[in-house]
Write a new protein. Structure first.
Length: 232
């Protein structure tokens, strides 16, 4: 099956499985979404959603976040991984929003990526979900699944993004990146995944890929301890 044919079939399946694509991170506006996505690095969405209500009670906008001491922000997000660094980034990001954008979150990719703690993926999530700008943020789920499904060579995230944007219509990107994430979480874990039994990997992955992952996930045999030679 050609790559484009795979992509078309996968899109149809994902639309059937996930006709609704709510953003997993709780937020009320572009600023709270930006903060939530910044916090989500190396942390689960569930944990972020547990922490942000307390944080947003203290600082629901750039002005109030910039007015907080770094220690206060860190205390509010202490359960989140990399809390000290993220606290510093949140304060400085908020200060720059006030200095450069009158306290509002910009929609431009370059403006977003110029903010501390805002990488390419985070910027695209904000563009897609807050401003409706077509974007294809590639996280670890999407990067892994695109390689498993043969939609990308999987060399790096930038290449995966380029390949996926070439395969799927632009008007589907904002929903599709969430649909792939939802599918990855429900059906396609990173480890100990039987590709042959997966609703998509089972037919989209190559036999070579299926064999490689089966071998990688196979339990390792314990080495026998060497026996000591008997004394004469």
């Amino acid at each position: 099956m050609k790559r484009q044919e795979k992509a078309d079939r996968i899109r149809e399946m994902l639309e059937e499985l996930y006709p609704e694509t709510p953003v997993p991170l709780d937020h009320s506006d572009p600023f709270t979404l930006l903060v939530a996505v910044m916090l989500s690095a190396q942390t689960t969405d569930k944990k972020v959603n547990e922490v942000t209500p307390g944080l947003f009670a203290l600082a629901p906008d750039a002005k109030s976040m910039a007015a907080l001491e770094v220690e206060a922000i860190r205390e509010a997000i202490r359960e989140i991984g990399l809390a000290p660094t993220k606290a510093k980034n949140l304060k400085r990001m908020s200060e720059l929003l006030l200095e450069r954008h009158e306290g509002e979150v910009p929609s431009g990719l370059d403006d977003l990526e110029a903010l501390p703690g805002v990488g390419h993926k985070t910027a695209q999530v904000v563009q897609a979900q807050s401003f409706g700008i077509p974007a294809f943020p590639v996280d670890t789920h999407i990067h892994r699944l695109a390689a498993r499904w043969g939609l990308s060579n999987g060399k790096n995230v930038a290449q995966t993004e380029k390949d996926l944007k070439g395969l799927f219509p632009e008007e589907t990107w904002n929903d599709l990146h969430l649909q792939i994430i939802f599918f990855g979480r429900e059906y396609c874990p990173a480890r100990y995944h039987d590709l042959s039994a997966c609703p998509i990997c089972g037919w989209a992955a190559t036999k070579k890929r299926i064999a490689e992952e089966a071998k990688m996930n196979a339990p390792k045999k314990k080495k026998k301890a060497p026996t000591k030679p008997r004394k004469p």
